[in-house]
Design a protein around this ligand. Structure first.
Ligand code: NAP
Length: 431
């Protein structure tokens, strides 16, 4: 029997569990440990609430979770309830699937002013993550600035632009729906430090911006390269740029403008006590493809800045960490004998949910190649004894199913669920 502990119940965690099941059949026991009492990580609290088709992948994880050799061990914090060293003693393999939940810092003067929000917090707020439910973003004033040209920036801009009605069918949490529906931000500016050919947004997601009820995306035609230059792009990027060209051609006026500001990087955030404006510097692109400031600056009035410039994995005591790359130091997923990293904790915050599937299989292959079939370690029985002795209040997958039932029962009309946002409420709903 192989005993595997996976830390983190997001896509990387569940795909690794599924891969272990496929690789080792009945000869493996997998415990998926999460600090929250609810599973699925980024699927629940990262994927946008109006992208329910992406969230539907959790049904696949549920099938894995309900098999006899995989358990969900929720409400258990690695570091305080149990340490990595203890887990390594108990299990043959410990797999860190902790994702990359911390924002890269903007690192410019004024980035600590109230009203400057990292995307992890803003996305967590509208998705009901218990850590960010109390955020209260300033949804007023002349404008909001979204920094970055990736899909998270698109999610944030779209969520700011939608009407209450456009969230029908989504599981956006009530506090966010109540705040976003009537807000009065007229301009959402997306700051992209490079040009239209260098965006990290994908075409389907970009196309959605063109179909919003109260918002129009705008692109300055002067920022677009000559159309012939698009031929050199890969097909996906060409489709994205076609959307930008359509936005540049569209002169329809709606209540909100989502303005793409290309070749623009924030250099300072100013305001008395809170954000009032962002000072932006025009950029030019160097021979190596990077952006540098031209010295020309201008101000964008804004009460809120959301930085969507990528994420980092928080370090864990005793686990080798690559501070430059913001993830665990690893060799193809191997950190140390019996200790692995998978998903964003292994390779950084890139790719789609599906990218985690091959990643999970890679780790299962490593476990098969590296570790004996039967080491005699105690696995889950050892963890149960330890947590029991410490009085840890463990949440099982069956408990989660009760929590989920209560969330479904509480849903407003047309919504799949109303999430609990307080851990105490999750715990109270499990029986
Ligand atoms: P991302 O795709 O890496 O985009 C980050 C953006 O931030 C880039 O445009 C980057 O510009 C910019 N940036 C980085 N540092 C900056 C700085 N200091 N100042 C200004 N701009 C800066 O990251 P993401 O948007 O966080 O997305 C993470 C992953 O999740 C991606 O793979 C994404 O596709 C995926 N995702 C997918 C979906 C979906 O499919 N619906 C939704 C959300 C996220 P440079 O290119 O110049 O570095």
């Amino acid at each position: 029997m192989r005993h595997v502990a996976i830390i983190g119940s997001g896509p990387a965690g569940y795909y690794t569990a599924e891969a272990c099941q496929k690789a080792f059949g009945d000869d493996v026991r997998v415990d998926i440990i999460d600090r929250l009492p609810v599973p699925y990580g980024l699927i629940r609290t990262g994927v946008a609430p109006d992208h329910q088709s992406i969230k539907a992948v959790s049904r696949r994880y549920e099938a894995t979770a309900l098999s006899d050799n995989v358990r969900f061990v929720g409400n258990v914090t690695v570091g305080s309830d149990v340490t990595i060293a203890e887990l390594r003693d108990l299990y043959d393999a410990v797999v860190l699937a902790t994702g990359a939940p911390h924002d890269n810092p903007l690192g410019i003067p004024g980035d600590d002013l109230p009203g400057v929000i990292g995307s992890a917090a803003f996305v967590g707020w509208y998705n009901g993550h218990p850590d960010f439910a109390g955020l209260s973003p300033p949804l007023h004033g002349p404008g909001a600035v979204v920094v970055g040209a990736g899909n998270v920036a698109l999610d944030v801009a779209r969520i700011l632009a939608k009407t209450g009605d456009e969230f029908t069918g989504s599981d956006i949490v009530a506090h966010a729906l109540d705040a976003l529906g009537p807000h009065r931000i007229e301009t959402v500016t997306i700051l992209a430090r490079r040009g239209p050919h260098a965006i990290a947004m994908t075409p389907k997601e970009l196309g959605e911006l063109g179909h919003l009820a109260r918002a129009t995306p705008t692109v300055d035609p002067a920022d677009l390269p000559a159309p012939e230059a698009d031929a050199a792009l890969d097909p996906g990027q060409r489709k994205s740029v076609a959307h930008l060209r359509a936005f540049a051609d569209n002169h329809e006026l709606k209540a909100i403008t989502v303005a793409f500001d290309f070749f623009a990087m924030p250099v300072r955030i100013e305001g008395d006590e809170r954000v009032e404006r962002v000072i932006v510097e025009r950029t030019h692109i160097n021979a190596d493809g990077r952006a540098s400031g031209t010295g020309e600056t201008y101000a964008i009035p804004a009460a809120m800045v959301v930085s969507c410039i990528g994420y980092r994995t928080p370090p864990i005591d005793g686990v080798p960490y690559d501070a430059k790359l913001g993830r665990f130091a690893n060799d193809d997923g191997r950190i140390a004998p019996g200790l692995y990293a998978v998903g964003w904790a292994r390779r950084g915050p890139t790719g789609t949910i599906g990218t985690n599937r091959p990643d999970g299989f890679l780790i299962a292959d490593h476990i098969g190649a590296d570790l004996p079939e039967d080491s005699g370690k105690p696995g889950r029985a050892g963890l149960d004894a330890l947590l029991d002795a410490r009085g840890t209040d463990v949440v099982t997958f069956r408990d989660w199913q009760n929590i989920e039932k209560a969330e479904i029962a509480a849903a407003r009309a047309g919504a799949p669920r109303e999430k609990f946002i307080a851990i105490a409420d999750m715990l109270a709903a499990r029986k």
